[in-house]
Design a protein around this ligand. Sequence first.
Ligand SMILES: Nc1ncnc2c1ncn2[C@@H]1O[C@H](COP(=O)(O)OP(=O)(O)OP(=O)(O)O)[C@@H](O)[C@H]1O
Ligand SMILES: [Mg+2]
Length: 468
Amino acid sequence: MTQERFVLVVDDDLEMAHCVAEILETEKCRCETAVSGSDALLSCRENDFDVVVSDVRMAEMDGIELMTRLKHLQSDLPVILMTAEGSIPAAIDAVKRGAFQYITKPVAARELRRLVDQAVTARASVEPPPSSKRAFGHTAARATGAATYAAPRGTEELIGESLAMRELRARIELVGSATSPVLIVGETGTGKELVARAIHACSARASKPFVTVNAAAIPETLLESEMFGHVRGAFTGAFQTHRGLLAEADGGTLLLDEIGDMPLGLQAKLLRVLQSGEIRAVGGDRIQKVDVRIVAATHRRLPELVREGRFRDDLYYRLNVINIAVPPLRSRVSDIPDLAARFLALGLERAPASRVRSISPELLDLLRHGAWPGNVRELQSTIERLVVLALTTQLEPRHLALVDDELKPVTGAPVTRPLGEELCCIDDLVRRHVEAVLVHTDGNKARAAKILGIDLSTLYRWQQKWQP
Ligand SMILES: Nc1ncnc2c1ncn2[C@@H]1O[C@H](COP(=O)(O)OP(=O)(O)OP(=O)(O)O)[C@@H](O)[C@H]1O
Ligand SMILES: [Mg+2]
């Protein structure tokens, strides 16, 4: 007896989606509909579909992009594309790139049912890959609410349940199973190094070394010998033979941090390693083969550096085989409460004498409005500082003033404002809160200072500072 099928039908024309669902629905086949690509992605995270049937031409995200993104999430999920005459070439191309099949519109009922049958049978005949959503129990945990979300092995350190973070985790797991180079990009403090570690931990290399080298922190000559090693007497001061980090990472992963800062000369040598897997120590003549997975990270925009001639384009293309973009914190504010809770616990480990035990909802709300140009790292140091400096059991908005002066945005990362969202630096967050309290007290400063838990003189000082 065949098992019941579960099909997702995607079309931005709701009537059309229902019409297709009706064709497919029998006692053996259940359908769900989605009216956009993002709707479909969400639905696929919550449900365990057997097949996705999607229109190609859709306004916000077309069916082909949806197919590509679904493949990142769950590579074995078959996607059938519905296409009008005009988009047939694109649909054929999509089939070459992983779509199960395409069907032309108007959809013939029997043909569509046959394709769905074929897709289900084909899928059942292959083992689900380890990257499959089924493999890490996501659906079960979400649908039943019985268990907590079981993160894929190796990504547990990465906190956050926003869609962006869940997608990032799924991608890390997918990437972990490959050996190609990975380029991780994202603003400072977004968690690029953590992502690199997670990729290593998800991979078959997990038991082998994970080695990091920071190209921005070491002068060029030293960097070369750090990476490739040197033989005794290779240069003044080289008293002993030194095994380079590439050799140390043999069998494992090497994170090339701040790759955008790597000098051009060394970039050429790195390219050779990527092409041949061969290294030669400085001053040495022996060629050694290494098996190292290269993961590079940068907060710089490499295409711009390439245009300016500061980064080799051939190296860029070689590294950019798999690209992972870590989103800025301001674009995933729903992660802030979870992150803040983790950093509170971490802060308490480091400052056991602190009395702080919780964060007030008002403070959390303010934190969610932060611009966080230093991203997760800035949030972490803010919370940890508050844990040390606050004298109460609960962290309140007024405590932000304790870190205000020292934690002015330190980086020049541009802050783009999502529509309708007002983003502020910490100083602005404090100011907003104080102003709200002053409105509440009808401008009575003494009462406001009392509510804020600060001296009246502090309030005057702040107001002076905030004067335009
Ligand atoms: N999703 C996350 N969950 C928990 N901790 C995080 C997360 N993202 C970042 N962190 C923490 O934030 C800090 C900064 O992360 P990390 O060093 O990986 O950032 P980065 O992108 O490499 O920054 P930079 O560009 O400045 O090198 C670390 O302490 C890290 O543990
Ligand atoms: Mg880093």
